[in-house]
Design a protein around this ligand. Structure first.
Ligand code: KG4
Ligand code: ZN
Length: 376
């Protein structure tokens, strides 16, 4: 059984042998945080407390099992919000203790990577060729990892990260600025096809850490691919200021607030051409920056496949452009299905399977690690 509570989803899932999903239950807190335009940590902890017992019970019922039938309890140790993580960890520890089953600690980022591997094992006859380059791109993270396997155990090397905001954070903040709903990614995704992505020429600074500038060796794992998404957020704000879009944004925000449930389709009629062009240009710029650096890293490290996961991996333009370039380069690429792109517990249970085989169990004093890193 996997349990996930690192941010704003309370999730539990039963996965057999790391590949067969018996149940995958997610209680979303979107409605709780939407009025604030972002996750409020205290509210998240309270909602996890409210949801954890029914979510675990539902996961067991949907798997048509009894709690005693599970082999181990896996839980997200970090990274994430301390109070939110603690709810899942405390519950998982109690459950493992009461059932006398092993407890397994899972890094949330490794979970996102295993969301892809979990499904790939079901749909494809052959495993993804390794080493792979994994882009984990979500509301809290923009990381590139080299992933390889040694017998049952997986090893990760971090070769890229954001120096400021995560890509998903930029989607959320830009959507909020433009008077769209929360979380912003799906709104921008839905509206972008109606605009011209070539209208606003956003650009990204090329950041090179000084110490690594001269390194050209393909096998030098200290090379870094750096992302930065705070600048584009400011650039969108400047555009809104110079083009005097604030009045139309407020009209849109108020009109959407009147609806019982506002959906991206409701926003389309409330967006003029200039706004749609801005949205399309923003999305194109972010996707292109992610694509360019990811494929540069894939080439530099000579990986044999690419996997992309995390909430932003649900983005349709990102999927299409990554898939096209991978096909052009003959590089196998895999994404999780949309429901496994965002936070869930099936990915936690899947990442725990190799650890169960290896007897890599968590100590009784396991606690939340809000800034837990993955790999070296
Ligand atoms: O993986 P996730 O559920 O939680 C974190 O670990 O952060 O990712 C949530 C993030 C949010 O920023 C959300 O706006 C973004 O993923 N997201 C998207 C899309 N769906 C979710 N971003 C772009 N396009 C989407 N379709
Ligand atoms: Zn996540």
């Amino acid at each position: 059984m996997g349990i996930e509570s690192s941010c704003d989803e309370t999730a539990a899932a039963v996965v057999r042998r790391g590949t067969e999903t018996m149940s995958n239950v997610v209680a979303s807190q979107i409605a709780t945080h939407a009025p604030y335009g972002g996750v409020v940590p205290e509210l998240a902890s309270r909602e996890h407390l409210r949801n954890i017992v029914p979510v675990v019970r539902t996961a067991i019922a949907e798997a048509r099992m009894n709690l005693r039938d599970i082999d181990a309890v896996a839980v997200t140790e970090g990274p994430g919000l301390a109070g939110a993580l603690l709810v899942g960890i405390t519950y998982a520890k109690s459950l493992a203790f009461a059932l006398d089953k092993p407890l397994i600690a899972v890094n949330h980022l490794e979970g996102h990577i295993h969301a892809v591997l979990l499904e790939h094992a079901v749909v494809a006859p052959d495993p993804l060729p390794l080493p792979a380059l994994a882009l984990v791109v979500s509301g809290g993270h923009t990381h590139l990892y080299l992933a390889r396997r040694d017998e049952e155990s997986w090893h990760y090397t971090n070769v890229g990260h954001t120096v400021d905001d995560a890509a998903g954070e930029a989607f959320d903040k830009v959507a909020k600025l433009l008077g769209l709903g929360y979380p912003g990614g799906p709104w921008v995704d839905a509206l972008a096809p109606y605009g011209d992505p070539k209208t606003v020429p956003f650009s990204f600074a090329q950041i090179k850490p000084k110490a690594h500038r001269k390194e050209t060796n393909r096998n030098d794992l200290s090379r870094r691919y750096l992302f930065s998404f705070s600048g584009i957020k400011t650039a969108v704000l400047r555009y809104v200021q110079t083009h005097e879009l604030f009045a139309s944004i407020e009209t849109r925000r108020n009109a959407l607030a009147q609806l019982p449930i506002a959906r991206p389709a409701d926003a389309l009629a409330l967006c003029d051409e200039e706004t749609l062009n801005l949205i399309a240009s923003f999305q194109r710029a972010v996707v292109d920056d992610l694509r360019r650096k990811t494929f540069q890293a894939a080439e530099a490290f000579g990986v044999h496949s690419l996997l992309v996961s995390g909430g932003v991996a649900a983005n349709s333009e990102l999927r299409a452009r990554f898939a096209a370039e991978a096909a052009q380069r003959g590089l196998p690429i895999a994404f999780p299905s949309l429901s496994l792109s965002t936070d869930n517990a099936a990915m936690v249970a899947a990442a725990a399977w190799p650890k169960l085989l290896e007897g890599d169990f968590a100590p009784a004093e396991l606690s939340a690690e809000p800034s837990l890193a993955l790999g070296r």
